[in-house]
Design a protein around this ligand. Structure first.
Ligand SMILES: Cc1cc2nc3c(=O)[nH]c(=O)nc-3n(C[C@H](O)[C@H](O)[C@H](O)COP(=O)(O)O)c2cc1C
Length: 260
């Protein structure tokens, strides 16, 4: 590969761009209203209540030292379904809202650059007690699931969009994180994109640790067909697109597998 090309791509990993930006011109400083903390949805759409935080205090009952110490990427899952409590806990652990300041600002269980939280969470539900197979979106404000599409073939379609990583179709649930970049660009302009990816890492790590705590296994996935995955989730691929995934299922004994 050409050295100049590598240098250009490495530039993205650095924060040098911040020094080139005229922050007086970005939308936040031009007093443009912040975008909403959650992607709007049709108020008549079907939604499913999740279990509230106050009702799942015992769902995760291992200590942090153990959760961190035994964390592993796991790609083989039991046929036992995840419970709705476990799923509710994992959603709260990865994107749950702790405090809403106003329509454009909220604090969540994960950190985010400038508290901009540009991510949305889609779920491909395959084996969760009481919930039909298909595609859903987490609504962190209401702590509900928005039904997007019931689809018995969701698992195979998702695995196909993930370059035939067929083990994905045996999961209980797949977390698919998209970004709405403008939420971050509103505050950081061209310095937004690097921190969006840093944010995603925090979310995924909370999912890893949350899974260990509820006897589930998971594996991060960043290799997928971008265009196919966006299409599957009905995202436009410009103002919102998929950036990362976490595949989750009840843990098998000795579920460690050859790591890629
Ligand atoms: C950013 C990122 C992307 C990954 N993408 C994939 C993937 O597409 N498919 C997969 O099977 N594993 C994927 N993994 C899992 C890694 O292979 C795994 O973390 C690594 O082998 C180390 O194993 P450990 O997580 O058990 O420590 C990914 C991990 C990360 C952090």
């Amino acid at each position: 590969m050409q050295d100049s090309m590598l240098e250009n791509y490495r530039y993205f990993l650095k924060d040098s761009i911040r020094k080139t930006i005229d922050f007086s011109q970005i939308d936040q400083n031009q007093r443009v209203a912040p975008p909403p903390v959650q992607k709007p949805y049709n108020s008549t759409a079907e939604c499913i209540d999740l279990i509230p935080l106050s009702e799942f205090p015992n769902v995760a009952n291992i200590d942090l030292l153990t959760a961190i110490g035994q964390r592993r990427s796991r790609r083989s899952y039991q046929e036992t379904p995840l419970s709705l409590s476990e799923l509710s806990f994992l959603l709260w652990a990865t994107q749950g809202i702790q405090r809403r300041m106003d329509s454009g600002h909220a604090l969540r269980t994960v950190p985010s650059a400038g508290a901009r939280h540009s991510l949305e969470t889609y779920l491909c539900i395959l084996n969760v007690d009481g919930i039909d197979t298909g595609f859903y979106r987490y609504l962190p404000i209401e702590h509900q699931l928005l039904v997007k599409l019931r689809d018995p073939k969701a698992g195979n379609r998702l695995a196909e969009a993930a370059f035939q990583q067929n083990w994905i179709a045996n999961a209980g649930v797949v977390f698919i994180w998209s970004t709405i970049p403008y939420r971050m660009e509103w505050r950081y302009g061209l310095a937004a994109h690097r921190v969006i990816l840093l944010d995603a890492g925090h979310v995924c790590q909370n999912l890893y640790l949350g899974c260990e705590a509820v006897g589930a296994g998971m594996c991060a996935v960043a290799a997928y067909d971008q265009e196919l995955m966006d299409k599957l989730l009905m995202l436009d691929g410009i103002d919102e697109f998929v950036i990362y995934m976490g595949v989750v299922g009840k843990m098998r004994e000795n579920s460690e597998q050859k790591n890629k």
